[in-house]
Design a protein around this ligand. Structure first.
Ligand code: AMP
Ligand code: GLY
Length: 417
């Protein structure tokens, strides 16, 4: 099977790494990719948002499957363009991707499907904003309706900050604050059959102790030793299957990866958000634990034959990933700094720990930073404590001027504080 992966972050590196280890995959391409993905896949330049260009590339390569990694191309209809060219796509249509592309759409689907989520108002005027902030009280949760790369959400005790963010957005969702730990649960679906993956936890704040601004994610781990063993079954029944059924009922079936961001509150599990693609950095730890070869699962989802897929098989290992970000991330990250220590990790820590590239590119012999999140170091171990130790041992070998990373990824879950 020839597979083309669209995107160029650590999530796509994790996907390409797994696909490159799958004996069913005879050729693997990634567009546009990054310096690390180039080691496991053949890179092709493409504008990932240009459906016609992606479809032409997939046709030229004779791809049997196209996997669209990030949300922006999905929302832009890249999956539809490739499907129209007769090539199976792992990833939803533009219409179904509105589940991520519009918070208001997601709320509407959840209401229709009876999926538990925060109570909310969609506001377009300052009067509506004030009324909604008043109705819920502090802490205030204010979400830009559209795609905002993890930066459209403000959670604050400060009503002026909440109001200012709301007024800066055209359309805003203001909702009830949900307390309790967060869980990311991914499911693969063909629009009918839903196959949940293992849950993970992401660390969204920039700094240790969940301080600092929201980011795209600074680290993740799986499994969740503290979670109720029935969590996955419960979320399947209350959230994932009803959402997939509702989108099919509307005539916009969702196929691809359905990502439920959940809060485990004292009043039960609630959906914080849906995403329409694999999460980053959770994918790095979830795929590190998946034993089943990935390609046929993704192809069956793309072809509507997921019911034929045997049950997924998981390793007993735990996995931890730690993101290394540039100087000044998430504000205005500095790029172009050389990254050193990659060869040492490959020599000393593989195969238990390895580097997945996010924002990197090659400059002559050097690999330099090219984005806010630069790379993520992923490690597996017999338990979370061991996986985390291996991950941080490898992190310590990476040298990138001004870089930052959290030192407390998975610490609490591993029983370390
Ligand atoms: P989202 O982009 O909707 O996932 O929001 C980003 C982050 O903001 C989430 O991971 C949560 O940490 C936080 N957040 C979003 N909605 C809520 C909510 N209703 N209550 C508490 N925290 C929230
Ligand atoms: N880890 C959060 C995201 O992928 O949106």
């Amino acid at each position: 099977m020839k597979v083309l992966v669209i995107g160029g972050g650590a999530r796509e590196h994790a996907l390409c790494r797994s696909l490159s280890l799958d004996p069913d995959v005879s050729a693997l391409y990634c567009a546009p990719g990054n310096a690390g993905i180039a080691e496991v896949a053949e890179l092709r330049p493409v504008d990932a948002l240009d459906g016609a260009a992606v479809a032409a590339l997939a046709t030229e390569l004779g791809a049997d499957l196209v996997v669209v990694g990030p949300e922006a191309p999905l929302v832009a209809g890249v999956g539809d363009a490739v499907r129209a060219a007769g090539i199976p796509v792992f990833g939803p249509s533009a219409e179904a991707a509105q589940l991520e592309g519009s918070k208001a759409f997601a709320k509407d689907v959840m209401a229709a499907a009876g999926v538990p989520t925060a109570r909310s108002y969609v506001c377009t005027t300052p009067e509506e904003v004030d009324a909604a902030l008043d109705a819920f009280g502090a802490p205030y949760v204010v979400k830009d309706d559209g795609l905002a790369a993890g930066k459209g959400v403000v959670v604050t005790e400060d009503i002026e900050a909440a109001r200012a963010h709301a007024l800066a957005c055209d359309r805003v969702v203001i909702e009830e604050y949900l307390d309790g730990p967060e869980v990311s649960l991914f499911a693969i679906t063909d629009g009918v059959t839903v196959v949940p993956l293992q849950p993970a936890q992401d660390f969204k704040r920039a700094l240790d102790g969940d301080q600092g601004p929201n980011t795209g994610g600074m680290g993740a781990y799986s499994p969740l030793p503290w979670a109720d063993p029935k969590l996955v079954d419960e979320v399947m029944e209350l959230v994932l299957q009803p959402t997939v059924d509702e989108l099919r009922r509307r005539g916009t079936p969702f196929s691809g990866l359905l990502y439920a961001g959940l809060a485990i509150t004292s009043r039960g599990t609630r959906v914080i958000e849906f995403n329409a693609r694999f999460g980053d950095p959770e994918t790095q730890v979830v795929l590190a634990r998946l034993r089943t070869p990935l390609a046929s699962v993704l192809l069956n989802a793309a072809n509507g034959t997921l019911a034929d897929e045997p049950p997924l098989v998981w390793r007993d290992d735990a996995a931890v990933t730690v993101v290394i970000a540039s100087h000044n991330y998430p504000d205005t990250p500095r790029t172009g700094d050389p990254i050193e220590g990659l060869a040492e990790v490959a020599a000393e820590d593989a195969p238990d720990a390895y580097v997945l590239h996010a924002g990197t590119r090659r400059e002559g012999d050097a690999v330099v930073s090219a984005g806010g999140r630069v790379l993520s170091v992923t490690a597996t171990g017999s338990d979370l404590a061991q996986a985390r130790e291996k991950a941080y041992t490898a992190v310590a070998r990476i040298r990138l001027d001004g870089s930052q990373h959290r030192t407390d990824i998975a610490a609490k879950a591993a029983g370390l504080g």
